[in-house]
Design a protein around this ligand. Structure first.
Ligand code: BYC
Length: 327
């Protein structure tokens, strides 16, 4: 489980009060924690959980959009979508690599995804029914991801923070790609405008759920904020997303499907209607519309790749004696 050379993540470092206080002092001084630095086991575990979930989300997130690559309405749209889906694959790889620096293998993380121990973002358990859903994903899902991930560029763990910088640059193109699709549809025929509105109706609430449970139910937020893994709470980020996105919808003549949405002058933001947390819990339990299909697809990819892993292992074993002899 623990990679060699990981000081502090070796399960042997004693977590005395002095050790924990010195670690917290480094965090408070905004120092970056690097893979070989001593760290509390809880910090390491929180990061493995979050970065692992994040990596799985990028990879599973390729499925709903990949579903439309062959059906994109023009060559320009197809090229952009293909590039976006490839970007998501790349994000998954940076993130798996960042998690590996904490002493967990990619194989182990994949097993955790497949047997349900590790989560991935709830949003990818919804189907992409029309072309407008591709616009809605880019605009809303990538938009929500940017809101969540910009602060992660300042995460206290160096490899995660650095991975996020590149990811965020790419996500902003994804968001614009999606918004441009929505803008085009909203200015098109009546059927196209309806298709855009219908996609917004279906993706709005699940996008708000991407930020996680409300602060009072978020079990991990307090500690993650103290460790500066998270810089804002789930509700704070959700609010920022709503405030940024509602005017974008208005600009293209679409209506956010929330009858309670009102501008609150005093707080300088929108008040919104209740989120259906029972739906969120159902999706997390594996009962969303697409949970089974997503895991089936990942299981198939893992099984189909077995021969590659086997060949890589055999190749590495063959090279080992030669490498040792050359030393
Ligand atoms: N879905 O205590 P909390 C993308 C879990 S992909 C599923 O608030 P935390 C893209 C949470 O894990 C971007 N599970 O947790 C790709 C925890 O369960 P465990 C994905 C969720 O960690 C392709 C429990 O609920 N982004 O951009 O403090 C195409 C309690 O929650 C969700 C990331 O992964 C959810 N929505 O905060 C297009 C960002 N929400 O683990 C786009 C990185 C909560 O204790 N992750 N849970 O069993 C984070 O920032 C944080 O982990 C969260 C949750 C805000 C998601």
């Amino acid at each position: 489980m623990y990679a060699q050379g990981l000081i502090g993540a070796d399960g042997k470092t004693e977590e005395t009060d002095a050790f924990l206080a010195a670690f917290q002092a480094r965090i408070d001084a905004e120092e970056k924690i690097e893979p070989n630095d001593p760290m509390p086991e809880g910090y390491r575990r929180t990061l493995v959980r979050q970065i692992g979930q994040h990596a799985h989300s990028e990879i599973v997130g390729m499925l709903p959009e990949g579903n439309w690559v062959t059906r994109a309405p023009s060559l320009r749209r197809k090229v952009a979508l293909l590039a976006k889906v490839q970007d998501e694959g790349g994000h998954g790889l940076y993130l798996y690599a960042a998690a590996e620096t904490l002493g967990v293998s990619r194989e182990e993380m994949t097993e955790q995804l497949l047997d349900g121990r590790a989560k991935y973002s709830s949003i990818f358990n919804y189907p992409t029914q029309t072309w407008a859903d591709i616009g809605a994903i880019g605009w809303l899902v990538d938009g929500a991801a940017i809101m969540n991930q910009i602060p992660l560029c300042r995460c206290s763990y160096g490899p995660y923070a650095r991975a996020m910088i590149r990811v965020c640059k790419e996500e902003s193109f994804h968001q614009r790609q999606g918004y441009e699709i929505m803008m085009t549809l909203a200015q098109g025929t009546e059927d196209q405008r309806e298709m855009a509105q219908d996609a917004l109706n279906r993706w709005w609430w699940p996008s708000l759920m991407m930020f996680g449970p409300s602060d009072k139910d978020s079990v991990n937020s307090d500690q993650s904020m103290k460790w500066k893994i998270k810089r804002f709470t789930n509700d704070e980020l959700r609010q920022k997303f709503i405030d940024a996105t509602v005017p974008q919808a208005e600009k293209i003549g679409l209506t956010v499907p929330d009858p309670d949405l009102t501008w609150n002058e005093a707080k300088g933001g929108y008040d919104h209607g209740p989120i259906d947390w029972s739906e969120f819990k159902r999706v997390l339990k594996g009962e969303g519309p697409m949970n089974r299909d997503r895991i089936r697809a990942r299981q198939k990819a893992w099984d189909d790749g077995a021969w590659v892993r086997e060949a890589a292992r055999a190749h590495a074993a063959k090279r080992q004696p030669a490498a040792l002899a050359a030393e």
